[in-house]
Design a binder for this molecule. Structure first.
Ligand SMILES: Nc1nc2c(c(=O)[nH]1)N[C@H]1C(S)=C(S)[C@@H](COP(=O)(O)OP(=O)(O)OC[C@H]3O[C@@H](n4cnc5c(=O)[nH]c(N)nc54)[C@H](O)[C@@H]3O)O[C@H]1N2
Ligand SMILES: Nc1nc2c(c(=O)[nH]1)N[C@H]1C(S)=C(S)[C@@H](COP(=O)(O)OP(=O)(O)OC[C@H]3O[C@@H](n4cnc5c(=O)[nH]c(N)nc54)[C@H](O)[C@@H]3O)O[C@H]1N2
Ligand code: SF4
Ligand SMILES: [Mo]
Length: 744
């Protein structure tokens, strides 16, 4: 039979409209439009912080080249990284400030928008007190910007309430590492991963979410390492695991305590290490006694033999690297979970030497640097505590204020939203956060936002949250301002400015400085550019745990990144922590911490008998504001799908691609199903990168870990039913829905 001729139309029908897509004006082909310069900088789309060279012409980014000399990724990039350059030229880019009008927004001048913002914040503070205003920051910001924002909240506004979107991300790990080691950073550089004998990946979808880390794990496997993966889903990296532990969502603590139980039962612990370098072992040993593998298997769904095998592999090696991410940490016991990993590492002496140590895989672009210098509600620069009198004195001196004028700790991110909801907080200024999509229980968030008396937001796109703002200030992309970031491995890197913000958009830091001036605090914000801010940040962090005093742009460029702590200009940086076996605790020992099991905040019952867990897909990033605007990434995964095991699907008469309604105690969403064998039959997975009626966070709940205040995104209860089509009920709450399709 003759084959039908292939036409471009036919291919487009098959592969979607972006096939052979040519932007208006054509691609800036290298032979036609040579780059004027190549700028060595970093990818903005996750905490790996791969090096990349951006091609610049006529103040526009027209493409990229690999940066092969950058040691972390040696030129490699993932599907998001290779499209990273495309967002700047998108037609949705905000080019000037916007102000709320009778209907929708109207363009405004900077003077008008900033004057109104400063005046409203002042008025609200005069009427209700300083703490009636809250500030939200973000971990996609450069470290300079996040430092500036912390100072802005405490000095220009004098409010207790500033927190950031990393509260949804890194804080369980951070709290645990602080408790055990006195420092919140990966204990190892990634170059230790290929040197390990055992790699234990817990709640981390490395293949999709930290793709370049996959390469490190493969190199480890090439060197003979065994790979253990614990996840309710068989993620890409799991396919090559030596041991897969398909645990029930929310049962990690039981699994980990049982692994330690077996290690101790079989005498595989490192007694010398425990005696010399740690405290608290006996209480932890006592606490895991009840967790024999048989009992643990019943709770976790992991066979007892698998638990024993994992325990023996780990217990017999002194070169184990533990890699965990949000699967472990997005739980109402996220801190305990991380502590249970650390307890295993300490009991087996897996720390302080090559090829060994626990680490969190940091999520956001500057997820590490953004959590070090004071945009957290309880923190001052240098990872100092806001309640430590010596820290207050040091920072107050650098800032030129009295220590007693520094506010006390305020609410965390979700708590700020709750205080807005109950009326205690009346105004919000948000920079780099899209809470309507990313906080749990989206209907509650929407209600809270509608109660604000004033809401100002700085973004480069009109995010779903920005639809609720009174003033939208057109800010800058990562590549539009110089700055530093810190990668997952603790390497401080240099984001080089590549282009100016387009149109009337301004640099984020200039906007904040300008606002501080309009609030009458010019003397405290004498910053002309990010370099001025870095100078002050170095002083403010000096002597702290995260000591950046020895770090400059020039040094970073010369060394291709500097690992902190780096206390003096001559200091070479600290790739591996604790090599001298001294910890950042009062007694310089590592502290075992007792962990205690408790159920999820949204337990299963007869009405909601299925676990719902949420997370990511490879082609989309976070709330999707950025990646939903990059056509090629949209094509790869155009809409959220509910992953369901064939057995569960069959029970409900659902075939692959059918519509399915997922209902939780909060709300419901209707999505197409994706029937896959790679998920536990008692669990449904939904990626959360979409807003409106497709938002996974309409289903999630607001239970927080009591110490880290992270929401329990990974464990909710739900039920499912086949649906005849997408939700068609008129949904005015969905007004903020915007796909941002097309464009680049
Ligand atoms: N493509 C892509 N990459 C990203 C991001 C992105 O949005 N898209 N975001 C970046 C950011 S900010 C972050 S925080 C990281 C997140 O990176 P990851 O934490 O790796 O990604 P998640 O999809 O949130 O969740 C990880 C895994 O946890 C599993 N899981 C669910 N419940 C449980 C549980 O109870 N226990 C265990 N052990 N596992 C469970 C899920 O099945 C999932 O495979 O990714 C970063 N990289
Ligand atoms: N259900 C569920 N919810 C989750 C998660 C989950 O796994 N499941 N994961 C959580 C995690 S780990 C994270 S990190 C959060 C992320 O949640 P968010 O932080 O809300 O997500 P982002 O998409 O980073 O939103 C940042 C906003 O700031 C803007 N922005 C980005 N960079 C800059 C910048 O440099 N300057 C300015 N001015 N604006 C900028 C973007 O356009 C976007 O509108 O989501 C959390 N929510
Ligand atoms: S792994 Fe992360 S930093 Fe590297 S290219 Fe991908 S998104 Fe960018
Ligand atoms: Mo994250």
């Amino acid at each position: 039979m003759a084959k039908a001729p292939l036409s471009e139309e036919l291919l487009k029908e098959q592969f979607g409209p972006h096939l052979n897509y040519v932007p208006p004006g054509g691609w800036k082909n290298e032979s036609v439009h040579p780059a004027e310069k190549l700028v060595k900088t970093h990818c903005c789309f996750c905490g790996q912080q791969c090096g990349i060279q951006l091609k610049v012409r006529e103040n526009k980014i027209i493409g990229f080249e690999p940066w092969e000399e950058f040691p972390f990724n040696r030129g490699m990039l993932c599907p998001k990284g290779v499209k990273r350059y495309m967002q700047g030229g998108h037609p949705d880019r905000l080019l000037h400030p916007l102000m709320r009008a009778e209907s929708g927004f109207r363009p405004a001048t900077w003077d008008e928008a900033l004057d109104v913002t400063a005046r409203r914040l002042r008025e609200i503070q005069d009427k209700y007190g300083k703490d009636a205003v809250a500030v939200y920051g973000g971990a996609s910001l450069s470290t300079e910007k996040s430092y500036l924002l912390g100072k802005f909240a405490r000095v220009a506004l004098g409010t207790r309430h500033i927190d950031y979107n990393g509260r949804l991300c890194m804080v369980s790990a951070g709290t645990a590492y602080k408790l055990a080691f006195g420092v919140d950073r990966s204990t190892i550089p990634w170059s230790d991963i290929p040197k390990a004998e055992v790699l234990f990946v817990i709640g981390a979808n490395v293949g999709d979410c930290a793709p370049i880390t996959t390469d490190y794990i493969w190199r480890g496997r090439d060197n003979g390492a065994r790979l253990i993966v614990a996840d309710p889903r068989m993620t890409p990296i799991t396919r090559n695991a030596d041991l897969y532990l398909p645990l029930r969502p929310g049962t990690d603590l039981v699994l980990l305590m049982s692994i330690l139980h077996v290690i101790l039962r079989e005498g595989l612990q490192d007694r010398t290490f425990i005696d010399r370098y740690t405290t608290g072992f006996n209480a932890v040993a006592e606490s895991v006694r009840a967790y024999d593998p048989q009992t643990a298997a019943e709770q976790t769904g992991v066979p007892p033999e698998s638990i024993e095998r994992a325990a023996r592999w780990i217990g017999k090696s002194r070169k184990v690297v533990f890699l965990h991410a949000r699967g472990l940490e997005h739980q109402s016991k996220g801190v305990e979970n991380c502590l249970a990993v650390i307890n295993i590492a300490l009991a087996t002496g897996n720390l302080g030497h090559e090829g060994s140590g626990p680490t969190m895989i940091t999520g956001q672009g500057n997820g590490q640097g953004g959590r070090e210098h004071g945009q957290k509600c309880d923190q001052l620069p240098g990872q100092r505590s806001l309640t430590d009198p010596a820290a207050r004195e040091h920072v107050a001196k650098v800032w030129g204020i009295r220590p007693e004028d520094l506010p006390q700790p305020g609410y965390s991110a979700e708590e700020i939203m709750e205080a807005i909801h109950w009326g205690e907080i009346k105004a919000l200024l948000s920079l780099c956060f899209n809470p309507l999509v990313s906080l749990p229980d989206a209907n509650f968030t929407r209600e809270a936002l509608s109660r604000l008396e004033f809401f100002g937001i700085v973004d480069f796109f009109l995010s779903e949250t920005a639809h609720h703002a009174d003033v939208v200030l057109a800010g800058s992309l990562q590549e539009e301002e110089d700055g530093i970031g810190c990668s997952a491995e603790g390497r401080v890197i240099h984001w080089q400015k590549s282009v100016d913000p387009p149109g009337d958009a301004r640099c984020d830091s200039a906007i904040i400085v300008d606002l501080a001036h309009r609030l009458g605090k010019a003397a405290f914000f004498p910053f002309g550019n990010p370099a001025d801010i870095l100078e002050e940040l170095r002083e403010a962090s000096r002597g702290g745990v995260a000591d950046y005093y020895g770090i400059t742009y020039q040094k970073i460029d010369e060394m291709k990144g500097v690992f902190w702590p780096c206390p003096t200009p001559e200091h070479p940086g600290t790739p591996r922590l604790f090599e001298d076996m001294k910890f950042y605790t009062n007694d310089q020992k590592a502290h075992f911490q007792v962990t205690q099991w408790r159920p999820s905040g949204d337990p299963l019952d007869d009405q909601y008998p299925i676990y719902l867990t949420t997370g990511r897909v490879v082609s989309q990033y976070l709330s999707g504001t950025q990646t939903r605007r990059i056509g090629a990434l949209v094509d790869q995964y155009p809409e959220p799908r509910a992953e369901i095991h064939p057995r569960l699907a069959q029970q409900h008469g659902i075939a692959d691609g059918d519509w399915v309604t997922v209902q939780s105690r909060r709300d419901r969403v209707t999505l197409r199903s994706m029937v896959v064998k790679t998920i536990r039959p008692d669990t449904v997975f939904i990626p959360y990168h979409w807003p409106g009626i497709r938002s996974a966070n309409r289903l999630t709940h607001r239970t927080l870990d009591p110490r880290s205040k992270i929401p329990e995104f990974k464990v909710s209860a739900c039920n499912i039913a086949k649906a005849s089509g997408p939700d068609t009920e008129p949904d005015d709450r969905n007004a903020e829905h915007s796909d941002g399709k097309g464009g680049a």
